[in-house]
Design a protein around this ligand. Structure first.
Ligand SMILES: [Zn+2]
Ligand SMILES: [Zn+2]
Length: 313
């Protein structure tokens, strides 16, 4: 097993996809982040970014069977709309574990099934040929991937050597609720906190959950002016709220995520500059951004070496 913990962004946009020249640098696909940990693939959300990711996973596998863990933050369409087009799910040799937040009355599986009802999509969930385990998980559980495979268990249960663990935090700062995930392996950690709105003085529960993470991916959909005028209560944050969360949690790096679909590249450049004035290690996510966590964090000092791939912004 290799020692790599790599984060790659395939979809960074919130709400709906935004093709076109004005968004070409940051990208127009909706939420999808690939995390590769010791050769194991975890996918955070299945917005339209999961479509090119799926094709790339098949290409990289070169005919070998794929095993993938897909964690869904919540069931809004910008986090699930790519799933019916996720190529590996059509390949019978694929093992696909799909976990996430169910709605109050509907399980994750029921919603994915209904997204692919005959009225909405030509291929049903059942007809996708991969071996699938789909289930809603609880905040009191954790997802573990070790030499025995992928499973959901209570945090007190034992894990194998070199286990990858995903802890869950349920946030109520988004209509319908949302799961924030913390991926931990060999002392390194990533927190994925999309679709969450800040509170005055910061979100203390989130700060506790994200404490000391090497990388925090946080919703930063709006400029403050936009938020004050028309979007308060929609369940998304401003750049200022994201920076406040990063500072309160003492993370190593902040990645601004879930860009507003009405914002062009120049506007996101501005948001990134604003963020860097508030939290030095901040940057806006773009399609193709690749972060590699090459060293473990030691006590309170981050000695992360982060390598950015593909494009320089
Ligand atoms: Zn969203
Ligand atoms: Zn949402």
């Amino acid at each position: 097993m290799d020692d790599k913990f790599t984060i790659r962004f395939w979809g960074v946009r919130g709400s709906y996809p935004t093709p076109g020249n004005a968004t070409v640098r940051y990208g127009g696909n909706t939420a999808c982040v690939e995390v590769t940990v010791g050769g194991r693939t975890i996918i955070l959300d299945a917005g339209t970014g999961v479509i090119p990711l799926g094709r790339d996973l098949v290409r990289r596998a070169g005919g070998k069977p794929l095993e993938t863990l897909l964690l869904v933050s919540h069931l809004h369409s910008d986090h699930t709309q790519g799933f019916p087009f996720f190529t590996p799910a059509y390949i019978p040799s694929t093992r696909l574990h799909v976990y996430g937040l169910g709605a109050d009355t509907e399980s994750l599986e029921r919603v994915l099934e209904s997204n692919q009802s005959a009225q909405r999509f030509p291929v049903s969930l059942r007809e996708m040929g991969a071996a699938k385990v789909i289930r809603s998980v609880r905040e009191t559980e954790e997802v573990v991937w070790d030499e025995d495979g992928v499973r959901v268990q209570s945090p007190a249960s034992s894990v194998g050597r070199d286990a990858l663990r995903v802890r869950i935090h349920r946030s109520y700062a988004h209509p319908g609720g949302v799961y924030v995930y913390r991926v931990e392996w060999r002392g390194r950690s990533l927190v994925y906190a999309t679709d969450t709105e800040g509170y005055i003085g910061g979100d203390r529960r989130l700060a506790t959950f994200a404490r000391g993470a090497d990388v925090l991916i946080h919703d930063a959909q709006y400029s403050e002016a936009h938020y004050r005028t028309s979007t308060q209560g929609f369940g998304h944050s401003t750049v200022e709220m994201a920076c406040e969360a990063a500072s309160a949690a003492g993370v190593g790096r902040l990645v601004l995520f879930h860009h507003d679909p009405s914002y062009d590249d120049a506007k996101i450049d501005e948001m990134q500059a604003r963020a860097r004035g508030l939290f030095v290690n901040a940057q806006a996510a773009y399609e193709g951004l690749t972060l590699e966590l090459t060293e473990a964090r030691v006590t309170q000092v981050h000695i992360l070496a982060l390598r950015e791939g593909t494009k320089e912004m």
